[in-house]
Ligand binder design. Structure first.
Ligand code: UDP
Length: 239
C-alpha cells in the first residue's frame, strides 16, 4: 500500500449517473452515502471542491439524437447538474458540513454565481464548494469543467470518479477481458496508447498544465473518502 499523500485542496468530479442510482432522477440514499464519505474527509482538514455531472437527468448529445437543438439540450443538461448540486448540498449540510453552491449560469435564489476568488475563500474557511451548471457553455462536458475549475482554484489534483470502471486500463475492459489496470501512468504514455476514460479536452487540460488526475470507481467501499485523503485508489495519471 502507498502511504497517503496529503492533499491541501482537491477537486472531486462526481458523475450524475451515480446520483441517479442507475435511473433517471435522484437516488437520495446514494447521495447521502456519498455526502457522508465527503464529510469524513473534510473533517480531516482537506479542502474539497466538487463538480457534478448531470447524466441522470439529461445529456445534450442524446436529446440531439432525439431531435432537439443541441445548444438548448445542452442548457437542459447544465440545469440538471444544478439539481444534483442542491441534493448534495442538502446531505452535506445534514452531515454537518458547511457548503456553498456556485453556478456558471446565474440563479441567485438557489446559488451564488461562479466567482473563483470567493470559491477559494470558502475553501479556506473549510466549506465545501459545489460547482454547478458546468462551464455555462454548450458543447462542454463536466469532465472538462472539472479540469478547468481544478486549475483555476489551484487544486493539487482532480479526482475523476467513474461508474462501472475503476481506473485506466491498457485496453477497454468492457470488450477485452484480459485488459490490465494501470496503478500509475504518465500523460504521455496514456496519450500514446490512446487510452480514454475521461474526455479528450479534460485530459489535455490536465496534461498541458501538469495537474495530476486520479481516475477511480465509485463502487469500492469508502473510495471517495480514501481518494480525498490521498490514499492510492484507481489509477494516478501524472505528468
Ligand atoms: N453540459 C454542457 N456544458 C458544460 C457541462 C455540461 O453543455 O459545461 C451539458 C451536456 O449536455 C452534458 C450534460 O450537461 O451532456 C450533463 O453533463 P455530463 O454529460 O458531463 O454529465 P455526466 O456524464 O458526468 O453525468
Amino acid at each position: 500500500t502507498t502511504p497517503a499523500r496529503p492533499y491541501r485542496r482537491v477537486l472531486l468530479k462526481l458523475s450524475g449517473e451515480v446520483f441517479g442510482g442507475g435511473k433517471v432522477g435522484l437516488a437520495p440514499d446514494v447521495v447521502r452515502a456519498i455526502a457522508e464519505q465527503i464529510a469524513a474527509a473534510v473533517r480531516e482538514g482537506v479542502q474539497v471542491a466538487i463538480v457534478i455531472g448531470g447524466g441522470n437527468f439529461f445529456r445534450g448529445a442524446q436529446l440531439q439524437e432525439q431531435g432537439m437543438d443541441r445548444t438548448r439540450a445542452d442548457y437542459m443538461g447544465m440545469l440538471g447538474t444544478v439539481m444534483n448540486c442542491l441534493a448534495l448540498q442538502d446531505f452535506l449540510e445534514k452531515a454537518g458540513i458547511d457548503t456553498r453552491v456556485q453556478t456558471a449560469i446565474t440563479m441567485g435564489q438557489v446559488a451564488e454565481p461562479y466567482i473563483p476568488r470567493r470559491a477559494i475563500r470558502h475553501l479556506e474557511k473549510g466549506r465545501v464548494v459545489i460547482f454547478g451548471a458546468g462551464a455555462g457553455m454548450p458543447f462542454f462536458s463536466t469532465d472538462t469543467v472539472s479540469a478547468q475549475r481544478a486549475l483555476e482554484i489551484g487544486a493539487d489534483a482532480v479526482l475523476m470518479s467513474k461508474s462501472g470502471v475503476d481506473g485506466v486500463y491498457d485496453s477497454d475492459p468492457r470488450t477485452n477481458p484480459g485488459a490490465t489496470k494501470y496503478d500509475h501512468v504518465t500523460y504521455a504514455d496514456a496519450l500514446r496508447d490512446g487510452l480514454k476514460v475521461v474526455d479528450a479536452a479534460a485530459f489535455s487540460l490536465c496534461a498541458e498544465n501538469g495537474l495530476p488526475m486520479v481516475v477511480f470507481g465509485m463502487e469500492g467501499e469508502g473510495n471517495v473518502t480514501r481518494g480525498l485523503l490521498g490514499e492510492h485508489i484507481g489509477t494516478l495519471v501524472h505528468p
